[in-house]
Design a protein around this ligand. Sequence first.
Ligand SMILES: *Cc1c(COP(=O)(O)O)cnc(C)c1O
Length: 376
Amino acid sequence: MQIKFNIAPKTGNEIKYIQESIESGKICGDGDFSKKCEGWLTEKTAGKCTLLTTSCTQALEMSAILADIKAGDEVIMPSYTFVSTANAFVLRGARIIFIDIRPDTMNMDEMLIENAMTEKTKAIVPVHYAGVSVEMDKVMELAEKYSLKVIEDAAQGVMSSYKGRALGSIGDYGCFSFHETKNYSMGEGGAVLINNEEDIKRAEIIREKGTDRKRFLRGQVDKYSWVSEGSSYLPSDINAAYLWAQLEMADEIYEDRMSTWRKYREAFKPLESRGLVEFQHIPEECIHNAHMFYIKVKDLQERTKLISHLKEREITAVFHYVPLHSAEAGYKFGEFRGEDRYTTTESERLLRLPLYYQMQEADQQRVIDAVMEFYA
Ligand SMILES: *Cc1c(COP(=O)(O)O)cnc(C)c1O
């Protein structure tokens, strides 16, 4: 039996809630389940305002509009990330400035940010890779010093924290993903966290096609009309119903993933102590969410061999992120500033192992045995 890399999380209440949503007669955005999810997320992150979106990509796009990113502005981010982190700003006409990562967390190296700045720099986009936080104190210190916006790509960071603060709630805006490959899912979906009171009204308008419909629904204005630029970023309540079935069991999902994560970590310790593989570093001030279990092997060649070794044993292991600066669009829309010491080489060594909610113990063991066999 094939061990898949990922299986979308399913807790058992999804159908019931979807049915409830349908029977409520109100399946468009901002319905009862959307409100439940948003309320839960705001409480969990101790945030000010959470708005569900149709993806993290769109949460990032909304953030780029909110941050007033204009043609010619520069935005600093790691090259080792998903395309949406960059595209959201490219769509506003910005130039993407890629900086190197730290090899221990695969996150942007906070000590390289200041050198990458010019007068055109408008925003910093920390990506919390694998649900482990970027060194946010430094990022926020620089943002304050130079009056820059901070947009957290916390797509992988739901339920993770930095010095006790939820990822996504630290910068000006935080973006979550509820894609089926993430810890909590609604198929396709996301959320944007608005962390400054004065941005909330604008965010609601941008998300509702540039209208003040949300204020109208709350009875604050007697008709709604076109008040600014905007688009349709809100998901159907049917999708939110699916998500609610996950969020109400968030702790269970968290614990379940964490136990698989710990099991892998324990099992591969002998490989790590012999220097055959490297583990992800979890800094002291970070609590992660077991979004991902990866190992770093010797080099690209060894990784290719290990992937096919696992494939022969019907196990799907994947890597990702060809660094954006080396992709066709990366040349066109951005540049790498500083030296690429780690981005390319470290990304070539990283391999992700299967990890999903309710992964069977026997399957975990098969993965462990297969990796151990490779190194035997
Ligand atoms: C998954 C992911 C995204 C995109 O999320 P969608 O919800 O699929 O749009 C963006 N950034 C990072 C780092 C991601 O992992």
